[in-house]
Ligand binder design. Structure first.
Ligand SMILES: [Zn+2]
Length: 284
């Protein structure tokens, strides 16, 4: 036998309707929050791999013929996305290349002018960042700086970007191309870095004459350069990018970069290193 519980509150229909309204409001609130977060995520230029990428396994160590790379007159093309990437990721290696008198042409896909931010003076940013990069590259002895002028924070792998990179390659005739790793980037990384890496990978295949592609900022390094002795210079190079790294922030960045260098160095048993994922492209 069923008994109906006596209640002193409003009738059941009214309760149900109230519960429905509450549920609807909750849906709107959390849906709106998720939508707002997603819109912000799409707008801002950083990417996060919600599902971690599986890394190459096995990933044997390779020898990218360093005696050929760190040599007078070695033809090297470095592709970065923004000013400061070069010093941040491979400053130690660049110092060593400069010392060896390798001929490094540095291509920057964007000016890092932050034009995607609504309240930034991008003309001023462009001038400042170019000046800082010129000073830093001068310190490690870059042969030439080439700005491709693609939009900062919105770099895409277009035919134009790939063709521009191929054109520089054809002119410089590099044996070694150094670029971001577009396939195995850090899980949380700038989208311009990934796109610059992907575009360079396409360009280098089109160019077809480079001997080695060495990808930095990678989770799948198969070659590590010992930069222990060059750490003080790398640390000074970071400070040249005053518009980005200053005061406490500079110290935080130095700490972060040192942490990465320690992790990379551990792989070859040295205090500090810079890791690359290298692929032999031709036998020339
Ligand atoms: Zn960058």
């Amino acid at each position: 036998m069923w008994f109906r519980r006596k209640t002193s509150g409003p009738p059941d229909e009214e309760k149900l309707a109230r519960r429905k309204r509450r549920r609807r409001r909750r849906w709107w609130f959390y849906g709106g929050l998720t939508g707002a977060f997603w819109c912000f995520y799409i707008w801002q230029p950083w990417e996060f791999d919600f599902v971690p990428r599986s890394l190459p396994s096995p990933n044997p160590k390779v020898n990218p013929e360093p005696e050929r790379l760190f040599a007078k007159g070695a033809k090297v093309l470095l592709v970065t996305a923004h000013p400061d990437d070069s010093e941040f990721y491979i400053g130690g290696t660049l110092v060593q290349l400069g010392r060896a008198q390798a001929e490094v042409t540095h291509v920057l896909c964007t000016d890092g002018d932050k034009a995607y931010y609504p309240f930034e003076d991008h003309e001023k940013n462009r001038r400042t960042r170019r000046a800082e990069q010129a000073e830093a590259s001068g310190r490690w002895n870059a042969r030439e700086l080439v700005y491709l002028g693609f939009p900062d924070g919105r770099l895409r792998v277009t035919d134009k970007l790939v063709d521009d990179l191929v054109a520089v390659m054809e002119r410089v005739q590099p044996d070694y191309v150094l670029a971001f790793d577009g396939d195995f980037p850090p899980r949380f990384s700038h989208q311009d870095h990934r796109r610059a890496g992907e575009a360079t990978e396409k360009a280098v295949l089109k160019y077809g004459k480079a001997r080695w592609l060495m990808r930095y900022s990678t989770l799948a390094a198969n070659y590590v350069r010992d930069i222990t002795d060059d750490w003080p210079t790398k640390s000074e190079l970071l400070a040249i990018h005053k518009s980005q790294f200053f005061g406490e922030r500079l110290e935080r960045v130095r700490g972060m970069v040192a942490g990465r260098a320690e992790d990379d160095g551990e792989a070859i048993g040295v205090p500090l290193g810079e890791g690359f994922r290298c692929t032999r492209l031709t036998t020339r």
